[in-house]
Design a protein around this ligand. Structure first.
Ligand SMILES: C[S@@+](CC[C@H](N)C(=O)[O-])C[C@H]1O[C@@H](n2cnc3c(N)ncnc32)[C@H](O)[C@@H]1O
Length: 299
């Protein structure tokens, strides 16, 4: 759950989609982008997806954005980037979209996907965003997006990103930022201890400096306001019913227990007992994990 391997990203993707789909009406991203920037007919929207993993953010957004789109998917992990074409091909097949690989060995390898209301050209770009964000060319007035990234980054990195985006007059969409809310039903006497340690662990450096963890959404909104962005947020919570999704709930319990133990090895007995009780009760347990999506356009 704390790693970013394709198996975990694959496991969480249906929960991400279920959380974001109802929220998309509240954010009205296509309407907001049209009001922000009227593009001549046929001109593609440039979209830069930071820390793209295996492309889940594109799968969540491209059909709803509609029209012509040019996506640049950026991540530092070559294994995840290599998994993008296959993940997009499978998605396209399920949705009956047209899918094509473009380019050749001498050219930039690309992907072309078309559905009834959208046409996306996609390229992948390997980059260490912690070190080399400034080298990423945003062009003019793109949509800069990321999902499940902001809790990993530091205040100063986020500030640099928002300044770079503002200079390019970019719109911003940050999806699925954890906000610290976590509600188990039924509750357990060990929840508070484990959540506390888990939240502290979320603040550890993930390569971008001291991580924002559950403060990320609040800090992002503050920084956007300072950079003269007009922002709107909406909740995109995961709801994990153990009877319907035991594998996901097990991954949450394991991930939280591992993080708590790493944070405070002295709490071993209490954390192991919490884990054992939670594992035994998976089927009758429901977990809500708070996330928010934020969209912002230059004022
Ligand atoms: C929680 S995953 C989210 C992936 C994807 N956006 C999604 O929603 O499925 C975080 C992503 O950040 C990427 N990442 C972490 N550190 C990075 C860095 N320094 N530069 C670029 N990407 C990074 C990981 O490889 C991983 O794909």
């Amino acid at each position: 759950m704390r790693g970013f391997d394709a198996a975990w990203l694959h496991l969480r993707e249906p929960f991400d989609h279920a959380a974001r789909e109802p929220a998309s009406g509240a954010l009205d991203l296509p309407g907001r982008l049209t009001r922000w920037r009227k593009r001549p007919p046929g001109e593609a929207l440039a979209v830069i997806d930071l820390a793209c993993g295996h492309g889940a953010n594109l799968r969540a957004l491209a059909p709803g954005l509609g029209g012509a789109q040019h996506w640049r998917l950026v991540d530092h992990d070559p294994v995840l980037l290599a998994a993008v074409p296959d993940a997009l091909a499978q998605w396209a097949r399920r949705r009956e979209y047209r899918f094509m690989l473009t380019g050749d060995a001498s050219d930039e390898q690309g992907i072309d996907i078309a559905g009834p209301d959208f046409h996306a050209k996609v390229v992948c770009h390997r980059l260490d965003l912690a070190r080399d964000l400034a080298s990423l060319d945003f062009g003019e007035m793109p949509l800069v997006t990321a999902s499940a990234l902001l809790d990993l980054v530091s205040v100063s990195w986020l500030q640099a990103l928002i300044h770079q985006a503002r200079a390019a007059r970019a719109a911003l969409l940050f999806g699925l930022t954890v906000d610290g809310r976590m509600a188990w039903s039924p509750t357990d006497p060990g929840d508070e201890l484990v959540h506390g340690l888990f939240s502290q662990h979320q603040r550890r450096d993930k390569g971008f400096g001291p991580a924002l963890g559950s403060q990320a959404a609040a800090v992002a909104l503050q920084q956007m306001a300072c950079a003269d962005y007009k922002a709107l947020q909406t909740c995109t919570d995961w709801v994990i019913d153990g009877a319907l999704a035991p594998e996901m709930q097990r991954a949450m319990v394991e991930g939280m227990a591992d993080a708590a133990l790493e944070q405070d090895p002295a709490a071993r007995d209490a954390v192991q007992c919490w884990k054992a009780r939670r594992m035994a009760g998976i089927i009758g347990t429901r977990l809500r994990v708070g996330h928010v999506d934020i969209v912002a356009t230059p004022a």
